[in-house]
Design a protein around this ligand. Sequence first.
Ligand code: NAP
Length: 539
Amino acid sequence: MTREKEHREVIVVGAGVSGIYQIKRLIDLGVDAIVLEGDEDLGGTWYRNRYPGARFDSESYTYGYSFSKELLDEWHWTERFSSQPENLRYLNHVADKFDLRPHMRFNARVEAMTWDEDERLWHLELQNGDAYTARFVITSLGPLSIPTLPRYQGMDEFTGDAFHTYWWPKEPVPLEGRRVGVIGTGATGIQVIADIADKVGELTVFQRRPNWSTPLNNSPISDEEMVEIRGRYDEIFANCASSPGGFEHVPDRRGFWNLSPEERRACWDELYEQPGFAILAGNFMEIFFDEAANQEISEYIADRIRRRVDDPAIAEKLIPTDHGFGMQRLPLETNYFEAYNRDNVRLVDISDTPIERITADGIQTTAAHYDLDVIVYATGFDAITGGYDRIEIRGVDGQALGDKWRDGPSTYVGVMTHGFPNLFMVAGPQSVSGSTNFPRAIETGVDWVTGLLQHGLDHGRTRIEATADAEQEWVKEVVRAHERMLFRRSKGWFTGYNANVAGHEEGKIRYQAYFGGAPRYSEVIDQAVADGYRRLDMS
Ligand code: NAP
């Protein structure tokens, strides 16, 4: 029996950081809208990633929403880089404060979306059998919402506890005295390893490639500091908007080569002690473009690692040799390198001795068997386009989005893609959100989409589509920005490569994110508004 379809003017897909703000804006506009969320509650990334050590690596007060002064004035971040439980409390607080829950449907995972040209409507089918129609669909699927597991033999045979960090259980997982193996040393693995090293019986880290990593330098925020932060919110958000990375840290514009090596080192000594991404976003821009500059900073950070790890052979294993500092997304850490000085922690280099299989009681490499009670897969995500690939999206003439994007996405400013009218992506592929302080870009994206929608509704438009020309032009800008960066030769999700995802080819770049910086992105989308959205077909 087919259930009757419920109609809404706008359907938002996903109730994470973007979906929460998007529905708030739509309600304020008086638009008939709901959010469909696949999980049983709101929060997206902060609902899911409950692994030990999960926390912001953007300053908390630059991560929170900026849209409500009242919200800014009443919320107290307890740490400069707040932890997952507090982040989820914050998102729930926002939803409750603005009474957003009644506009959200949970356990409502969208499986298919089909465009009907005659009706000018999207038809949505859900996993739970529900069905909807909507004039406009806004996807806020999250860039890191599809976890990927390795494909080792025997993964189902392991008799202990095993999970991807994204699926870390809600109930506490006992770790005390147990033998834990962690596979993966990206931002997630590094947070987990540093957090659990002194809590578990034995910790074995299975590292394929090391990552550069620098101190988070976290600290509590006192009442007095919070008062000071509140007084500076306007300035903080203005600074974020004008910096390439969307952070308060601004690049050092003195010019790398205008300073002596000693002056540069003195500068890095200071940055290394500063919180968050200061060492990256507050560094000289040349480190991202100029090979010699990148080599020098890489050597500096390598020395820092050597100073922190007791065993010189282990230290060398922890220093990347296949990419320079800042060429992959930088993980931030607290006592990560010191973890390897502990007697209960060992590092297994699986590029030397690869994992052969998972067994009933551990991991077998080409060199040894490691007995384990728990396996943690910190193995990353089908980043940015993964969420889109999991929904069967069919646009004009039944074209599948998955087919259009087989070799990588192509979009107009990361918000629309030709052939898929009335579909707006918040923090979508080729927007600036994957490459900058995420929530700042989310607010920019939601505000722009809301403005466009309002324009459409005010003018009685029932069909809005990006032209093919506009899309091609944007893709060119995305590629141009990417080609300028040294990291274009690196592996990792910045270049869209994940060996665990079928169809990804090593060395083939999928241009998934825009690396031209937040100010340039804002300039482009603001100009689009000033030009009366002339690059869009509206009728
Ligand atoms: P990731 O950076 O993609 O790292 C995945 C790790 O797993 C890498 O070390 C990778 O090794 C390893 N791996 C993948 N497949 C493997 C296999 N088959 N066998 C062995 N090792 C394998 O993923 P992530 O650490 O989850 O981080 C993803 C992104 O999430 C971050 O870059 C960041 O943007 C975000 N994040 C943010 C925070 C925060 O503080 N706010 C925290 C965590 C994550 P290779 O390097 O050799 O591929």
